[in-house]
Design a protein around this ligand. Structure first.
Ligand code: IMP
Ligand code: MG
Length: 172
């Protein structure tokens, strides 16, 4: 499998700082919900930037699964490991690696709202708008990307390529 670079590490870091700047203008404190495993790296860097900007962040993690093939979600999302902490009344920012069909984020926003949170916004490193099946977009999006399967910076295919320091795509 040949991987080509789509977005370089310096561009990613710069964009994460910009996203932190935007979020810091909207929040002085927030609860982040990091979608494992893909968003772990993005979320950690973004939270570090937020901390430097004086934003107080409490972070929880959630694991979801969508039945379907390795490269796409089916719309049948389930919670594999939920947040155990009480987040009632909190302002939530979801941290995700990619919005593709939109099923996962749509499900997660509803899931968090059902817990009685005060607000939910979505921050995603990348978004493939062309692929959307649910009309939803992130509130803070790092990069709009073309309709290609991407890897790296936390994103994987069957657990591989997560640790690439850049975002790459699979050359067909
Ligand atoms: P959605 O439910 O179709 O929006 O898909 C969201 C999830 O599918 C993401 O959280 C990723 O885990 C995975 N995914 C979708 N597209 C890609 C991709 O291009 N590379 C890696 N993972 C992807
Ligand atoms: Mg994900």
């Amino acid at each position: 499998m040949e991987i080509k670079e789509l977005i370089g590490r310096e561009d990613i870091k710069r964009r994460i700082r910009e996203l932190a700047g935007k979020i810091s203008r909207d929040y002085s404190s927030l609860v982040s919900v990091t979608v494992l495993d893909g968003a772990r790296r993005f979320s950690a860097l973004l939270r570090a930037e937020l901390q430097e900007l004086g934003v107080k962040v409490e972070d929880y993690e959630i694991t979801l699964s969508s039945y379907g093939s390795g490269t796409g979600s089916s719309g049948r999302i389930t919670v594999v490991r939920d947040i155990s902490h009480d987040i009632t009344g909190k302002d939530i920012v979801i941290m995700e690696d990619i919005i593709d069909s939109g099923f996962t984020i749509d499900f997660l926003v509803k899931h968090l709202l059902s817990k009685g949170v005060k607000s939910v916004k979505v921050c995603s490193l990348t978004s493939k708008r062309e692929r959307r099946e649910v009309d939803i977009e992130g509130d803070y999006v790092g990069f709009q990307i073309p309709n290609k399967f991407v890897l790296g910076f936390g994103m994987d295919i069957n657990g591989e390529y997560r640790d690439l320091p850049y975002i790459g795509y699979v050359e067909e």
